[in-house]
Design a protein around this ligand. Structure first.
Ligand SMILES: [Zn+2]
Length: 446
């Protein structure tokens, strides 16, 4: 939902998105934003202030049969208003689920959370993160703040005192703080903090076990990335070389695999097997065999995932091809499955049909593709559609036909819209601008 916000800091008004429903399975990206504390937080385009929007929020997680709602106190909603809102949001969830998948917990009133903190704790719980773990994270973040505000000696003493909080995630927190500041660029205000955190990091790298491990891992990964860049991209030999270099460090190994997994091909296993056969050190050989197992499992699960996606796209394609005249309805009914993956599959199918010389199949698929585009255009706001058809009109007669469809009562308003759009397109697309101006003057004499 769009809403208008006034920045409390600089008073600039600007539009922003508010989300009232997060469905963990259907909109994993919204859940990620929620976990990152970025959901319903607006960024002022003028001064950059972050503004929490304080909106009601319903959370649904079908996998954990969890449905809960948080209505901020500061909204001061009367009880009956609140009830109405909550049942409205709940209904939206129930409506989005096929009838035979509606479950008891969806029909019961959702759990009411009294604070955002308890709300977030529930969400984290579904991720296997306990309130104790969250508390530890808060303690670590507070410790970090303390460490950068005190002088060196006191800092070192504190690190010794709070050794139980200095673990791998603390070191990672230090690192991500540095990266966040680096991304902000040359800001003199944070420069001082940056130096202090850098010093802290150097101290941890030198004087703590976790720090040393972290640094070793960073160095190994940077080396891998650098060589991949120099080679103009990742190749199997390079991937294997670095996996073998870090045979003793499973954490680095896993990071390298994550970075390179898209490039894994079957040849990698041949290369690795050759290495294993030539290895004389028994302990190393064992590690290499374990690595091969791990890679094989990953490779197979990636293969079957890709296979699944392809079969799903193929199923959707069959439905749409069979729809004939009912294509618009079929598109609506299968909207959730017509995603990027499907469009990619459709494009690939067209190419394949063309290569095989099956012009009939290629024609049908292309028909479907343009049908999809036409439907997508219908979903656009009417003003955008109008502008599109005007720009696309090839002759004056076509243009007149488009314009005649505009009801008399709306013409003055449309005329203003055309004027404004023409002005905006003047530099970027003079041809379109000229057409819009022509349309505007034609509109007067229709
Ligand atoms: Zn502002």
């Amino acid at each position: 939902m769009q809403t208008q916000v006034n920045c409390p800091n600089c008073r600039t008004p600007f539009p922003t998105q508010v989300f009232q429903i997060v469905d963990a399975q259907r909109q994993p990206e919204l859940k990620q934003m929620l976990l990152a504390g970025a959901l319903n937080v607006a960024n002022c385009p003028n001064c950059g202030a972050q503004i929490p929007l304080g909106a009601p929020l319903l959370y649904h997680d079908a996998e954990h049969e969890l449905m809960m709602v948080y209505v901020p106190m500061e909204l001061n909603l009367p009880m009956h208003e609140q009830d109405r809102l909550v049942s409205q949001l709940t209904k939206a969830i129930v409506d989005s689920v096929p009838q035979n998948q509606v479950k008891g917990y969806m029909i019961r009133p959702p759990q009411m959370m009294l604070s955002m903190q308890s709300f977030m704790e529930k969400v984290y719980e579904t991720e296997g993160i306990t309130p104790e773990m969250l508390q530890r994270q808060r303690d670590q973040s507070q410790l970090l703040q303390e460490l950068v505000t005190v002088e060196r000696e006191e800092r070192n003493q504190k690190i010794a005192d709070k050794a139980d909080l200095i673990d791998e995630s603390f070191v990672a927190m230090v690192q991500s703080n540095l990266q966040a500041i680096e991304q902000q660029g040359q800001n003199p205000q944070v420069q001082d903090v940056f130096v202090k955190i850098s010093n802290l990091q150097a101290y941890l790298f030198k004087n703590t076990e976790v720090g040393r491990e972290f640094m070793t891992a960073q160095v190994a990964l940077a080396k891998f990335q650098k060589e991949a860049q120099a080679a103009g991209g990742l190749n199997l030999e390079l991937l294997l070389k670095h996996l073998l270099l870090n045979l003793d460090n499973e954490r680095v190994q896993d990071s390298i695999i994550r970075m390179g997994q898209q490039g894994i091909r079957y040849e990698l296993f041949d290369l690795l097997t050759t290495e294993i056969d030539g290895e004389e050190d028994e302990a190393r050989k064992e590690q290499m065999v374990a690595l091969r197992e791990k890679l094989l499992m990953l490779f197979e699960s990636m293969q079957s995932q890709a296979q699944e996606l392809m079969e799903k796209a193929k199923g959707t394609l069959d439905i749409l091809l069979a729809a004939g005249q009912n294509l618009p309805t079929a598109i609506q009914n299968n909207a959730a499955d017509i995603d990027e993956n499907f469009l990619y599959f459709l494009e690939a199918s067209i190419n394949q049909a063309e290569q095989q010389g099956d012009s009939n199949q290629a024609f049908q698929l292309k028909q479907l593709q343009s049908g999809l585009m036409a439907e997508a255009e219908k979903q656009l706001p009417p003003e955008v559609r109008l502008i599109n058809s005007i720009v696309k009109a090839e002759t004056d007669d076509q243009l007149k036909m488009v314009l005649r469809q505009i009801p008399q009562a709306e013409r003055p308003q449309t005329s203003q819209l055309l004027e404004a759009m023409a002005e905006r397109a003047e530099e970027s697309d003079p041809e379109a601008a000229a057409k819009l101006k022509k349309a505007k003057s034609m509109l007067l004499f229709l």
